[in-house]
Design a protein around this ligand. Structure first.
Ligand code: N01
Length: 540
């Protein structure tokens, strides 16, 4: 097999660290390790850097955390030279940013593209990992960092008859790089999560006719996106260090002005003005309206009622508004969507909404989609059906630790980690933003930086001690899993059939996957663990 890496990679098959994935996490990990004089190679399944932003090229794809905050903070030079065009940057700009980071830090010479890692096996005699790619190459490393992403493996939704469809099927997560022109076409979109909610308004503008198949309605808030005003940028630049530091103590790794007030202690008039004020600011600001929205059912109903009223006020047909209104899970317990013109799109003459909870899809036919009640004809179908979140990418690599144990088998009842960073029995293997860490509940870049820096510090510490291995103890892992579960049980999150709960993948154990105690708290815990000499880890 031809090794498709750089000259250095071809010449060397033994590294300090193998990094899997060249998204934001893998890129920063590589940069950080190089700075510590360590040798590292990155394997990346895609043809370029950027991870999420490399794959998800559907119309309207953009970040849902403000770009000033959803960006690297580790390099002042990088921060000074990059200027975001909009509050919520669109995918092409985010991809350009990833490319810029790769070029400015000369990362690509140690990234092997178009190469998927298939297996990682720990050898107990040498205390090294053997990592094998789909190119048939095997390299050896003391450590492995899984920077494989939390939402990187699409669910394999198999509709009966899908192979019969005579038109074109597109998946939002594997969008053609050259783009798609839907002009004059009849388009069906299946799914109403964030990917669909971002793409529907733009596809509707192009298509002759669009039909949206909704199984479960989602709550969405407007982004109110637009250019970043010069004074906002000037303030950010002047006070950036202070802002970046403050972000690290927030619950989500970004700013949304969280209130400490309890919902039912405020008057109904206050609810109306406070929710409206935050709706007008846009994005996740609304999540901070009251302190108990995520933990108190009665408080949550106030937010849900506000959202329902908003939908009714935007969508002209009351029957359509009713279908678009969530009714069977608490507000905010599925990932809140951030949109531009989503609800208003259903006022267009060329858009129809089909409730497939009431009349499920039976099959895809040669001409379109057949539900229990009707048949719809399409030239194209867009599947916006989601991801095997947080564990999907790790499950698909044959990771074998001590005693020949497969990680997938260890996790048969649900993922078990210590701090979302390591798994007992899998020495020297780290996960970035893995299950059991705040991850998808936060600004991913903030979380990625914290994890990468924690891992890099750990490797330096190990090197200083001349240690060969580090691994989570079973006791620490059990304690952490209990803590993650207890915190989740104190919230309303478990009441929704969300991908946070693994509920979107048939057969996946039902377990709240991220740590819901907040980023700031989590970061402090990670720091305390280090201060106590890597408490909960066995070092050999
Ligand atoms: O996926 P989803 P997504 N038949 O799982 C439906 C991030 N993200 O790609 O809810 C019919 O949310 C499914 O219905 P139901 C963000 O964290 C961020 O949209 O299972 N329908 C649902 O409506 C987000 O939360 C951005 O009943 C089926 C939809 O498909 C996460 O990625 C943008 C079905 C899937 O929604 C995932 O979002 C995009 C079936 N068999 C994504 N199977 C930003 O804004 C599934 N569905 C940054």
């Amino acid at each position: 097999m031809v090794f498709r890496g750089s000259d250095m990679a071809q010449a060397n098959r033994s590294f300090d660290v193998v990094i899997v994935g060249a998204g934001f996490a893998g890129m920063y990990m590589l940069h950080k390790l190089r700075g510590q004089g360590m040798t590292a190679i990155v394997f990346e399944a895609g043809g370029g850097v950027g991870g999420t932003w490399f794959w998800n090229r559907y119309p309207g794809a953009r970040v849902d955390i403000r770009s000033l905050e959803y960006s690297f903070s580790f390099s002042e030079e990088l921060e000074n030279e990059w200027k975001w065009s909009e509050h919520y940057a669109p995918q092409p700009e985010l991809l350009r940013y990833a490319e810029h980071v790769a070029d400015r830090f000369d990362l690509k010479r140690d990234i092997v593209f178009n190469t998927r890692v298939e297996a990682a096996v720990f050898d107990e005699a040498s205390n090294r990992w053997s990592v094998t790619t789909d190119g048939g190459d095997t390299v050896s490393a003391q450590h492995v960092v899984m920077a494989t992403g939390s939402l990187s493996v699409p669910t394999n939704v198999d509709f009966a008859g899908i192979e019969d469809f005579g038109g074109t099927i597109y998946r939002t997560s594997q969008w053609p790089h050259e783009g798609v022109d839907f002009s004059g076409q009849r388009v069906g979109v299946i799914g109403t999560g964030s990917s669909a909610i971002q793409s529907i308004p733009l596809i509707a503008e192009q298509a002759a006719k669009m039909t949206v198949f909704q199984r479960t309605p989602n709550y969405s808030v407007p982004a109110h996106n637009g250019p970043i005003a010069e004074d906002v940028y000037a303030d950010w630049t002047a006070r950036r260090a202070e802002y970046r530091l403050a972000m690290k103590s927030t619950a989500g790794g970004f700013f949304n002005d969280p209130s400490e007030q309890l919902t039912l202690e405020a008057a109904p008039e206050h609810h109306a003005t406070e929710f409206e004020r935050r709706w007008q600011i846009g994005g996740f600001h609304i999540l901070g309206a009251y302190a108990d929205l995520g933990i108190d059912s009665e408080a949550n109903k106030v937010a849900a009622a506000f959202a329902a009223e908003k939908i009714r006020s935007i969508v002209k047909d009351p029957a359509v508004a009713d279908i678009l209104t969530p009714k069977d899970y608490p507000w905010g317990t599925k990932r809140l969507c951030v949109d531009s013109n989503y609800y208003a799109t259903f006022n267009r003459d060329n858009v129809e909404l089909v409730d497939i909870k009431a009349a499920p899809i039976e099959r895809i036919t040669a001409g379109g989609v057949k539900t229990r009640d009707a048949e719809y004809s399409f030239d194209a179908i867009v599947l916006a059906t989601g991801f095997d979140a947080m564990t999907g990418a790790l499950d698909r690599i044959a990771i074998t630790g001590r005693g020949g144990v497969r990680m997938k088998d260890r996790w048969a009842e649900g993922p078990r980690t210590y701090l979302g960073l390591m798994v007992s029995g899998f020495p020297n293997l780290f996960t970035v933003t893995g299950p059991g860490s705040p991850s998808v509940l936060t600004n991913m870049v903030t979380s990625i930086e914290q994890h990468v820096e924690w891992i890099a510090d750990c490797l330096l510490w190990l090197r200083g001690r001349g240690a060969a291995t580090i691994e989570a103890t079973l006791e620490a892992e059990n304690g952490w899993v209990d803590q993650v579960n207890e915190i989740a049980a104190g919230t309303l999150f478990p009441q929704a059939n969300s991908w946070y709960m693994g509920a979107n993948v048939p057969g996946k154990p039902r377990q709240f996957l991220p740590f819901a105690g907040g980023f700031g708290v989590y970061r402090e815990i990670c720091e305390e663990v280090v201060e106590r000499g890597y408490e909960g880890f066995a070092v050999g």
